[in-house]
Design a protein around this ligand. Sequence first.
Ligand SMILES: Cc1cc2nc3c(=O)[nH]c(=O)nc-3n(C[C@H](O)[C@H](O)[C@H](O)COP(=O)(O)OP(=O)(O)OC[C@H]3O[C@@H](n4cnc5c(N)ncnc54)[C@H](O)[C@@H]3O)c2cc1C
Length: 300
Amino acid sequence: MSKEYLDFYEYVKHNKLGSVFKDESLKKYCTLKIGGKCYILYKPNSIGSLIKAYKFILTNKLDYIVIGNGSNLLISDEYHSKIFICLKNLNKIMLNETTLVLETGVMGNIISKKMSDLSLSGLEFLAGIPGTIGGMIYMNAGAWGKQVSDVLESITYLDEFGKVCEMKNIKIKGFSYRKSPFMKRHVIILSCTINLKYDITSINIYNNYLEKKKLTQPLNTYNAGSTFKNPPNNSAWKLIKDTVGNISVEDALVSTVHANFLINKKNATFNDMKTLITTIQDEVLKKHHILLEPEWVIIE
Ligand SMILES: Cc1cc2nc3c(=O)[nH]c(=O)nc-3n(C[C@H](O)[C@H](O)[C@H](O)COP(=O)(O)OP(=O)(O)OC[C@H]3O[C@@H](n4cnc5c(N)ncnc54)[C@H](O)[C@@H]3O)c2cc1C
């Protein structure tokens, strides 16, 4: 590992900017449980610490990638010569009447339940989605016809120069189905503001969504949610089921519960999963003339 990365490790330790690990396995940080080791894994303990650490990274031109709960990631088995910044510990929640401010690492499924318990409605559709709110904003996560950009009032983020910025008027800022404007940039989402509405039936809506999810998705497996985006007016799972059924490559399998969920049974490698993905894409293209686009973020 080069000196600058070791200096970063020492800088974080010395200034108590959070936890930091060398040669850390990335399997622990993603729900698919696939991935090699990285130079450094850094978990900031506050937004202030992250800002200081990020300035060090920018000044020294270190390579980095931001992750939340790793619930939409396929990570290669290679050694990753960079810093992985995991934001799960930035998880403060501030509620003022119906206005909710969340730090980036707050889990979507947990806040959804908490708000529904308080009869505060708006986030029920996140029931059972195991991502951080920052990851959900980046991916524009959604379910049951709703997506995160529908409920956001504003977002704060660290831009490419380490400056804290605010984004308002979310509806006109380039969010669409599983797309956010952050995908074209190298920024770090810090927090967001969401306006909720008082609704006594919120918990029923939440329970209904969660039950449906439990019945239709293999939630207790190593997976990363839907592998492919749904093509316009079609469903990826139907195309996969119709074309290849429940095929597998070693321990990488198409789920029998939901064909758009690819599962790591136990010891699937990155290459097993990549081969399964490309086989599905090739076969669906041949039979239906549709190219399935991965929803997963693939880190080579
Ligand atoms: C069982 C299961 C069910 C799921 N169901 C759904 C569903 O119904 N709908 C849906 O849309 N998704 C679903 N997903 C996928 C996943 O939970 C979402 O995509 C979620 O938004 C990912 O959040 P994360 O924190 O895990 O992000 P990660 O997977 O860690 O990261 C995803 C991307 O976001 C970037 N990123 C993460 N945090 C930040 C940040 N703070 N700033 C900048 N970039 C950031 C990462 O660099 C990466 O490119 C499901 C996943 C699982 C395992």
